[in-house]
Design a protein around this ligand. Structure first.
Ligand SMILES: [Ca+2]
Ligand SMILES: [Ca+2]
Length: 259
């Protein structure tokens, strides 16, 4: 007896399901509610990333042909793969700009008419234009150092309004732009041990240069490495900065203590 009572609701449900439910054509074609602008961020929260684009530093002699790398670093893959970007680079007019190389990445770019003002931009809705690995060189700028240029520092700087955008509307990429330079050395130069910035003197500025290079905040070239790489491991080390410091304050008169 109890069993047949239990079965009754199941039977009713089956009967109800067989009866067609009236749905009007109008109701069927009702479009989905559009997502309001104000709701979008709630559904897809804004992600913030940080990226650094940096122009390298190099020293060179008059007559040299050089290239300056432009590197990218970021805290997330999302900040390395960009669908849209725009930046400009100010070139020193005293140096002869030859051209640039943009790796193998596909891009659409425009070049400024002035050789002292390069502009790069790309937009590609179907894919990514900038897609790099962390620390990778994205771009090389080529220069010829004129024979008659004055020795000194020639800055190569980003234009401050650079933009890095991801196609995904809800990500924000905060950019840090680090400028670079070419240090033109006197045609005749004597490389002096410890003179990391190659200005002909050994002083605290050289300790700072080495420490910055150790921390990766400054790149040093082969001439600079030649005068500070006392332990011959082909990279700057903090003990080399210390050795130069000891030399400056008179604690030692040679750099032979590191081998
Ligand atoms: Ca120096
Ligand atoms: Ca070293």
């Amino acid at each position: 007896m109890k069993k047949s009572v239990m079965k009754l609701p199941a039977l009713l449900t089956a009967v109800i399901m067989l009866v067609p439910f009236p749905v009007s054509a109008e109701e069927e074609l009702e479009p989905a509610e559009p997502i309001e602008e104000s709701e979008w961020e709630e559904i897809y929260p804004v992600s913030e990333y940080h990226a650094e684009w940096s122009i390298g530093n190099r020293s060179a002699f008059p007559g040299d042909n050089i290239n300056i790398p432009v590197c990218v670093m970021a805290d997330a893959e999302e900040a390395l793969a960009l669908n849209s970007f725009r930046f400009g680079i100010n070139l020193p007019e005293e140096l002869t700009y030859i051209g640039y190389q943009w790796g193998s990445a596909y891009m659409e770019m425009s070049q400024g008419l002035e050789e002292t003002n390069l502009e790069f931009s790309g937009t590609n809705p179907a894919g990514t234009d900038i897609e790099a690995m962390n620390g990778e060189t994205l771009l090389y700028l080529y220069f010829k150092i004129p024979e008659d240029v004055q020795p000194g520092r020639y800055p190569i700087t980003f234009q401050g309004d650079a933009e890095a955008l991801k196609s995904d509307r809800n990500s924000v990429i905060n950019l840090t732009l680090t400028d670079g330079c070419v240090d033109v050395l006197p045609a005749e130069i004597t490389l002096t041990l410890g003179d990391a910035n190659l200005d002909g003197k050994v002083n605290i500025l050289d300790v700072i240069t080495i420490n910055k290079a150790v921390l990766g905040k400054e790149t040093i070239d082969e001439n600079q490495l030649a005068v500070i790489d006392f332990n011959q491991n082909e990279k700057p080390d903090s003990e080399e900065a210390l050795a130069v410091l000891k030399f400056i304050v008179g604690l030692t008169d040679s750099f032979d203590m590191i081998s």
